[in-house]
Design a protein around this ligand. Structure first.
Ligand code: SAM
Length: 813
């Protein structure tokens, strides 16, 4: 096992060699077109497909055990103490010295810091009910009480806000995570971190990994795609940003699609996202380089456009985070075992898949949209090489954004303009130096954009590895095409060698005592060359060779759109058929009687739209046990997806809002209770089944979870509870006639809990952890003030509360 890491990227390239062109790593046209969903690889029999999928996922799994921010064992699989690792590797030193990753004067500091453990970092969620209290606790309690490691050092603080993160929301703790676990003097702080992290009030995430979401510049109305999202640290941060900058008390208009290839990693992501309580998230499970994008034919697009506000032809995004799988040497401080394993081939092997994913991202970006490409690797072949190839392929449709004035307090290094490729103990400065027998592993796009990037007349090698020489016998048509290449060559050389790669950001460990990260920010200014040329070529004749070679990837996207349209339109019942095995279908709850029943039982105001916003994960929507609420944009996306033949594979969507409770007698007026997750959103619109409790009775409920009507201290409250219709209800903390508000940064929110009114008592339907947090925040130091009340033993376990299906437990009422 390795040390956990949210940005763990040591994932192998997840395309099997057979799926890629041996020279370039790109999926070949015929391969792409031969598979219905546009996935790489030859057409496979079902059993082979399963086998293929398993082995591909397995390839990625070792890094799962590195899982992000959790604490791990002190020993690795081979029994070495992880904290006494071999923290040196001559190949590493040689490689990065040759790349001139830092100046010679900086090298010693760079390497010295790289060999020390990484300080822990975390972020306070601005959408937490207790954000202000938590920030104050950090500032006034922990910052003052925790001494720095070397307490004679008066200038250093043990815990400080990160100066570049807005609103002091992110903090760094200058102890390693191991010290945090082992040092008794830090126990109280460690407990605080664990509890608040579990609840979702804080998120443990490496400091530098918080930079890409900040540079994405997300607004509440944006459609955002996180292409490689698991385990979800950045998705969570993006959701925080989207919700925080939104108008108080309403849902953001935008949505975030969080995608990851590995199903198990999607599960980790979902677990993390559940803490956010958001109706604006869709989790998908696709190869990012083949993320579905082409949806509708011209004919049904106009109809959809009239009915929804979605882009009629394609699913395009305003913001895309492309945090690709990488070799991960920016994590050396956190995963010192990497020192032993590190070699230059790790980066080389990932370049092609990184480029494919990034190009797919650019294709899926709206004009005017922004994409952030990032890795936690320091290696230029995974970074600047990918960036310059994107710029070359996209010509003037894409610009590399100068973000030097954003996050001004963040110390950073500019991107490199020169680098070399190391392969089998050889260094190559240009692709022309690479002998033929090495060209299977080394492709031209790995090299810096200089004169070698476009080959001279005598030696044309396409991105797709086809090499043709001027001495070959050629037909006149081909000759014309070569001249065309040569003419363009001189222009493009000038443009290419002027790519402003220094606009990329490379954060190194010694910059601010953190990890390493690479970030590049792109703006899409115009349609991609292949799309523009396609329009022209549709009018004229076949595209030129230049078009075909230079832009085949994007061209395939275009073709893919057409082919998927053909399938969708030919499918006939594609709208209703669910095509993803092993994933429950997403079904709109359409039964009016169920919706009316819920609406009238809780007196939900018409201004809270329910129709069209409720989905279940059961093909018979009337039997769904859990009902999820989705925002307007998510609704539009799901409708579009259904019409387009369910191209998106969606393991998770929506905010759990209602849970069906089975009654033995079957006499419940409304079998649905409001879930804790959905309560904050719907609370302002509920007019029935609400009780206002004094702080004493509220505290009693939190402490004992189940209280008989007669045992409430306020008799009137007990009577009101008794008079409620049996079923779901809400208890609000009040002072006199006023609901008590929690002080959040975005605005005040009412303190309330979901309950169940039984025959003789009120039962709290909140997890023990959340009860503990509420007690701690609302009644500090008094959590155990009251002894258990007789006859009101808690009878609902935490599992019951986490698993909505299990609340059948009769609660002794
Ligand atoms: C660097 S990690 C992402 C970290 C994540 N953005 C975060 O902040 O928590 C890379 C992720 O890419 C996923 N991955 C690897 N190959 C992929 C592919 N071809 N398509 C989509 N995801 C892929 C891995 O499963 C892994 O979860």
């Amino acid at each position: 096992m390795q040390i956990a890491n949210s940005n763990k990227c040591s994932i192998l390239p997840l395309l099997p060699p057979s799926a890629t062109n041996s020279v370039t790593g790109l999926i070949s046209h015929s391969q792409r077109m031969s598979t219905p969903a546009g996935r790489g690889g030859r057409a496979r029999a079902p059993a082979q497909k399963v086998q293929f999928r398993r082995s591909r996922e397995k390839a990625a799994l070792p890094s799962l055990s590195d899982s992000s921010d959790s604490d791990t064992d002190d020993r690795d699989r081979e029994g070495h103490n992880k904290f006494d690792p071999v923290i040196t590797n001559p190949a590493f030193d040689e490689y990065y010295k040759e790349q001139e990753i830092v100046s010679p004067e900086e090298w010693d500091t760079f390497i010295e810091v790289l060999r020390t453990p990484l300080p822990a970092a975390f972020r306070v969620s601005p959408s937490s009910q207790f954000c202000v209290e938590i920030l104050s606790q950090l500032e006034n309690d922990f910052r003052k009480s925790i001494r720095p490691e070397h307490s004679d050092d008066n200038d250093t603080e043990a815990i400080t806000p990160l100066p570049w993160y807005p609103d002091n929301l992110a903090w760094q703790f200058n102890y390693s995570r191991r010290q945090l676990r082992k040092d008794h003097s830090l126990e109280r702080f460690h407990e605080f971190l664990k509890l608040e992290n579990e609840i979702g009030n804080i998120t443990r995430q490496e400091a530098v990994s918080m930079v890409p979401p900040l540079l994405l510049d997300v607004h509440p109305e944006h459609l955002v795609l996180d292409m490689c999202a698991a385990p979800g640290s950045k998705t969570y941060q993006l959701l925080e940003i989207m919700h925080h900058s939104n108008r108080e008390g309403s849902l953001p208009d935008g949505l975030i699609v969080a995608n990851d290839l590995v199903a198990q990693r999607c599960d980790h992501l979902i677990h993390k996202m559940k803490r956010m309580n958001t109706a604006n998230l869709v989790v998908t499970n696709h190869e990012a380089q083949c993320f579905p994008g082409g949806f509708l034919s011209e004919t049904n697009a106009s109809q959809i456009a009239a009915e929804t506000e979605m882009h009629p032809h394609q699913l395009l995004f305003d913001r895309i985070l492309c945090d690709v799988p990488c070799s991960g040497d920016g994590n050396l401080r956190k995963a010192p075992n990497l020192w032993r394993r590190w070699n230059a081939g790790m980066g080389n092997g990932l370049h092609s898949v990184q480029l494919q994913i990034a190009m797919r991202g650019i294709t899926l970006l709206n004009i005017g949209g922004r994409m952030v490409y990032s890795t936690c690797s320091m290696n230029p072949v995974e970074n600047e090489a990918v960036v310059s190839e994107i710029l070359r392929r996209c010509e003037d449709s894409v610009e590399l954004v100068d973000v030097s004035t954003e996050l001004p307090k963040l110390i950073r290094h500019p991107g490199l303009r020169k680098w070399k490729i190391r392969h089998k103990n050889c260094w190559f400065s240009t692709f022309n130096e690479v002998p033929d027998y090495c060209r299977g592993g080394i492709v031209r796009s790995m090299f810096p954009p200089d004169r070698s990037h476009r080959n001279s007349v005598g030696d044309h090698t396409s991105e797709f590895g086809e090499k043709f020489n001027s001495n070959d016998s050629i037909d006149p048509q081909t000759a014309v095409q070569r001249v065309h290449l040569t003419v363009n060559y001189n222009d493009s050389v000038n443009r290419i060698s002027n790519f402003p790669l220094e606009r990329c950001i490379r954060i190194l460990p010694h910059d601010q005592n953190g990890g390493a990260f690479f970030i590049a920010v792109f703006n899409k200014l115009a349609p991609l060359p292949a799309i523009r040329k396609r329009t022209i070529s549709e009018q004229d004749s076949l595209p030129s060779l230049q078009d075909q070679l230079g832009n085949l990837v994007e061209y395939m996207e275009v073709l893919e759109v057409s082919s998927s349209n053909v399938q969708n339109n030919a499918g006939g019942n594609a709208h209703t058929k669910h095509k993803w095995k092993g994933i429950d279908p997403v079904v709109f709850l359409k039964d009016e009687s169920i919706i009316d029943n819920i609406k009238s039982f809780y007196g939900i105001s018409d201004s809270f739209p329910l129709r069209g916003h409720l989905v279940t994960r059961n093909s018979d929507s009337n039997c769904g046990k859990r009902v999820y609420y989705i925002s307007k944009q998510v609704k539009d996306l799901l409708e579009l997806n259904i019409r387009a033949g369910q191209q998106l594979k969606i393991p998770y969507v929506g905010l759990m809002m209602f849970e069906r409770k089975r009654s033995k007698e079957g006499t419940l007026t409304c079998p649905f209770r409001i879930s804790s997750e959905g309560l904050p959103l719907i609370l302002p619109y509920i007019t029935k089944q609400i009780l206002y409790a004094s702080d004493v009775d509220f505290r009693l409920l939190l402490q004992h979870k189940s209280i008989r009507f007669a045992n409430f201290l306020d008799r009137e409250f007990g009577e009101k509870a008794w008079k409620l219709i049996p079923g779901g209800c809400v208890v609000v903390l009040s002072k006199g006639d006023e609901a008590v508000k929690a002080c959040t940064r975005a605005g005040d929110s009412t303190i309330a809990i979901g309950c169940w009114k039984g025959k003789t008592c009120v039962n709290v339907m909140v997890s023990p952890l959340d009860c503990q947090e509420l007690l701690h925040r609302l009644f500090p130091g008094e959590e155990n003030l009251y002894p258990p009340v007789q006859g009101s033993k808690p009878s609902i376990s935490s599992d019951d509360l986490r698993d909505g299906d299990s609340i059948r437990t009769t609660v002794g009422c």
